[in-house]
Design a protein around this ligand. Structure first.
Ligand SMILES: CC(C)(COP(=O)(O)OP(=O)(O)OC[C@H]1O[C@@H](n2cnc3c(N)ncnc32)[C@H](O)[C@@H]1OP(=O)(O)O)[C@@H](O)C(=O)NCCC(=O)NCCS
Length: 197
């Protein structure tokens, strides 16, 4: 059946281009993942506070390499994207990315984590602000959604610092290892004011 509304963005809007390097500030950059990032990926997935808010675990170096390698395909498929947040030595200190990319609606959900040793310096908000700006001004997205458990106060602060507006609570919508969590919903539109994080 023909569509009544044309897709907001054409196929190829992301995948026809190289995944960009995005500078955050001196000593902090967003870049594509590489297989040799596997030790940092393992450290992240082994971190109890990251496990608390995510739904997958990694059991081997092979799985960590596969996790890093999958993003090239997902970028080309235009379904998701992930950037390593790297320090001045090009070592990953965190992750920021887009999930559930829908070019037809020009929308995606954002995702982030920071390795424990790099926390406490506002890195997630800075990285998210840069990704958000790129998503709206370069990728042409219209809406970014952000959701976190109502028990995850740090994530809520990240959302607020970047200017994501609160949109409500989806009750019992995500299951973590300790059971169902209410999810606090935020979103930012391309037309909303963006903070620098
Ligand atoms: C959420 C996360 C990415 C933030 O990392 P970060 O950028 O280093 O954040 P910071 O430690 O600088 O803290 C950011 C803000 O949260 C606050 N915060 C940090 N830990 C907190 C806690 N346990 N309870 C309440 N507030 C907290 C900080 O005080 C700061 O607030 P401010 O903006 O008012 O100054 C990191 O804690 C993390 O990786 N957590 C586990 C994974 C996760 O929660 N991912 C998001 C899933 S939705």
């Amino acid at each position: 059946m023909p569509l009544l509304v044309e897709p907001a963005l054409p196929a190829g809007s992301l995948g026809a281009h190289e995944q960009p390097h995005l500078p955050v500030r001196p000593g902090l950059t967003l870049r594509a993942w590489r297989e040799d990032d596997a030790p940092s990926v393992r450290a992240a997935f082994d971190c109890p506070s990251i496990q608390r808010w995510h739904v997958r675990r990694l059991d081997s170096d092979d799985e960590a390499r596969a996790w890093a390698a999958q993003w090239a395909d997902r970028w080309r498929d235009e379904t998701a994207a992930s950037w390593a947040i790297v320090d001045h030595d090009d070592r990953p200190v965190g992750q920021v990315g887009l999930r559930g990319v829908l070019l037809s609606e020009a929308s995606a959900q954002v995702s982030y984590w920071v390795l424990p040793a790099a926390r406490g310096r506002g890195i997630a908000a800075e990285a998210l602000a840069v990704l958000t700006r790129w998503s709206f001004t370069r990728a042409g997205l219209h809406r970014l959604a952000l959701e976190h458990s109502t028990a995850n106060a740090a994530s809520c602060r990240v959302a607020a610092r970047v200017g994501f507006t609160e949109e409500g609570v989806a009750r019992g919508s995500v299951r973590h290892v300790d059971g169902w969590h209410d999810m606090h919903l935020h979103a930012l539109l391309a037309t909303d004011p963006l903070s620098s994080g």
